[in-house]
Unconditional design. Sequence first.
Length: 234
Amino acid sequence: MSKRAVILAGGKGTRLKPYSIVLPKPLVPLGDKPILEIIILQLKNYGFEHITITVNHLAEIIKAVFGDGSKWNLKIDYTTEDKPLSTMGPLTLIEDLPENFLVMNGDILTDMNLDSFYNFHIKNKNNFTVSSYKRAEKIDYGVLHSNEEKKLIKFEEKPIYNFFVSMGVYMVNRNIVKFIPQDTYFGFDNLMKLLIEKSELPYIYEFDGYWLDIGRPDDYERALNEIDRIKEIK
């Protein structure tokens, strides 16, 4: 069965300035390859044969670098937005989506087994599957807990909170696209809230390996410092 993936690469990368002023964020280099090429090679390794890249900001540069994908023995095509459609909006521009397909942000580095993720979604007949990563965040303040009478009932000094976050890698059933409005700025957050409201509850896929979202300069600096680890991603 041929596997299809959609890479979201239409953002302006404003959080990654100054690195993204000249280059689109997915083309920022890590070692001898841009981030997007690392993702494409990873997808190929897991059997994805057809990749659609959603582009907007500096689209022609991305198209010039990756072309039709023949360099990697893949089929690569593109959706081009007339206006920003956020993360989920561009899916409405793709007319030939298969029943199930992978969607991921174009600035994600992870060693998650994408084949296992794909099969988890298919096996469980999910409508939408969100990969998740456990984060621990330290609160730099004393946290106050009060009752209804505004009396202090619990105090935590600089607690560490653990919670799961979206990794920016999803599996989607084609039926979900009907919930996405046409020609409208519509993000992952909008879709999740709508699916919950409609009782079309997404599934969570927990992952505890390597994951890095290169959205800010300090994230990019971390990636450069971990380049040997990133080169191991297959």
